[in-house]
Design a protein around this ligand. Sequence first.
Ligand code: N01
Length: 852
Amino acid sequence: MAQSDVDVVVVGAGFAGMYLLHELRKTGFSHRLLEAGDDVGGTWYWNRYPGARCDIATTDYQYTWDPELHEQWQWSEKHAAQPEILRYAQFVAKKHDLYSGIEFNTRVDGAQWNEVAKRWSIHTSTGETITCQHYVMATGCLSVPKEPDIVGTEKFTGNVYVTGRWPHEGVDFTGKRVAVIGTGSSGIQSIPHIADQAKELVIFQRTPNFSMPAFNGPAPQDRIERLKADRVTYQHEARYSGTGVPLEDSTVSALSVTQEEAFVMLEEAWQKGELLSLGNTFMDSAINRKANDVVAEFMRMKVRSVVKDPEVAELLSPYKHGYGTKRPCMDTGYFETFNKPHVRLVDLNTSPIRSITETGIDFGKESMEFDAIVYATGFDAMTGAIVSANITGKNGVTLKSKWEHGPLTYLGLTSVGFPNLYMITGPGSPSVLSNMMVSIEQHVDWIRDTLVHMREQGFETIEPTPLAEEGWRVHCTDCADITIFQEANSWYMGANVPGKPRVMFPYIGGVGRYRLACEEVVNKGFLGFELAGSTKKQCNDGLVREVQPDVDMVLDFIATLNLPAMETMTPTEARAFSEASSAMRPSGPEVGEISDGVLPGADGELEYRLYRPATPGPHPIAVYFHGGGWVFGSHTSDDPLCRDLCAQSNTLIISVNYRHAPEAPFPAAAEDGFAALKWVHANAGALGGIADQIAVAGWSAGGNVAAVTAQMARDKGGPQLSGQLLLCPVTDGSHQHRSHIENGERFILTKSLMEWFWNHYATPEQRKSPQASPLLAASLAGLPPTMLVTCQFDPLRDEGNAYARALMQAGVKVEHVEARGHIHTSITMVDMLPSGAPHRREMARALRGFFS
Ligand code: N01
């Protein structure tokens, strides 16, 4: 007789539930495992449609927790078919006697949290109520087929099949007229098999999909050898990789090679017959639309090379979504199927289904009769199974109502208001964007270790804090925002189910980065969780990821380079280093014209570079001052940023060099800035600009020069400025701000580098002058409208914030943007860091606004 009160109830006997059962036994937790089906295998139990096959190679799609399995189980193919994967699950279940611990044909109808007892009550389809301390949903991401959303589905009297609920005995379509609706992975895999049998096959396609041939055969020998030689390293690399398969991330931009070269590289990946190799060919195909177009065009070229009828080939070619933004497919003979005379493709965009009828389908201007209809229409993915399990947490709040506008989780594992509830591969974790085996094992390990920790430490409950959950939501959104995934109407975005909120459901920051976040949470004393026992409580509230994800990647990359700190260099060495780094950047957008010239500075000539918009002039002017701590940089060193500002704001940008320290210390830069402004004003017409529409702009030390120049223009009789645009400006050399300490290391501009700059530029006494520290000016009244951008992880953040506040207090019109998750340099990194683009758009808008 099973216990009605246990430590843990688990729902689902797929690969996640099976491994968790094993671990619960090992660690001595009492448990019940409930499964709706009558066997193990989860998704591989339900999805028995012909052609069902895994799209991750067998070298990677297998358990790692039992090393003996690698000797005892041999896969027959590179990409295993469903029957073989199911047999593998059954083999593991028998080997570890898991069957004895699973209650099959048992569905969970609902679950309620009892806040007094600190336990869950679980109601099952057998009429039993089980109570437990911990409740784990191992219900899979793609387990609830989408409700039919086509008119008349109930009318059809022929045979109806749903790919995700395929009859166990199989289906014989021989001699039948068959319709297949849906061309996602399930449709694409099953269509060639159905075509082999059917007398007539009509495929109803709403969206064509990217697919590549699996070229199935034995598992790749090189991968097998790598595994055999050093399984531990292989698995470690997989766990910290982007997708859960140990591939070296590409460092090649699709835009840095010709289309011919790109196609050669893609062909090489194509021949491997592995989705991840193809997707990994270029570093930027997921984040840059133009880079993605290169891959998409290669895939369309492949369709054209197979499908004989050019019109059909065109219909089968995706144009409306980028490669990978909807799950791409692996097929065996899919496109070839459309060359068969008894196979027809119907484009639902031009011939929509009017209704399913008793005998067939009415679509466009036609009616056709069928013996069978196959729905390959997908799933209520990621949340369907969890939400439909009727989970009620604290204060009677259901998970369904909490997630009405999108799932809210901490780490995709837990959710506020639902103590001791865990989701394996839940929304907000890499899940469907990863090798599921790797992700499943990581979640099971995390849950097991957490349960053991709680038991050892005398904690009864664990629940994330609202701050941590909201922080994770923001981080997940930040990760998605730098990609082009959100453009597609995919199930990743919930777009396939009418009424489902449109958010990115899986975590797209990568398997390794996700794992590091989970580890960090634990290592920081369960950061973002409240743990409570009868006599104790612990809560280390906080956020695990705050830096913008692309900025974080750059910081990690820079850390691997082991570069010398700039402040250990001489100014000459630092200048050479800075120039060499700048030479490797993308160049930035095209502008109408770029020309170089010289102008008179305070003590000799200064070089300048002029960026003219492509539109007819004359244009308003921004006199721009570059960054580089007064020590390095030049009129060309912020080239990509100047181009971007020029192109986006339709403003003439004149980037002026100024004399550098230590050769020309304070106040040389300030005096040059003011001299340059006066010259530009006097020569505005000849430059193609408008004399009474002039602003100053600058970044970092250049922001300091711009701010000081604006004060000098105010105090010395003009020119009258329309505005000042200050990006991370240095405003105060006189004392330490909190951000100097908080952000003093790791974020490229360090506290010690900033001190090195100041030491070269100005003495402690000189720093008290407003011409070095504009924040110290006796009055800021009368300064022009200001756009001031500060970055959260910049040592200069607080002095920039202080300048914005002081300007406002002085009655200046100020727009102050605090760029969340950014560092001192990140907004200038045009075409490198997508997360900086919205802020540059804002800066350009503000610049335009100065002149309107
Ligand atoms: O489902 P899908 P799936 N009228 O949602 C169409 C995994 N998987 O079962 O794109 C007409 O991808 C829908 O059209 P549209 C894998 O992660 C893995 O095929 O919404 N058409 C689409 O064409 C995969 O991504 C493997 O415009 C309708 C199709 O139906 C995920 O499961 C194998 C429609 C649904 O495609 C889901 O794949 C199989 C309507 N009302 C699955 N509603 C491997 O490992 C939907 N469609 C290889």
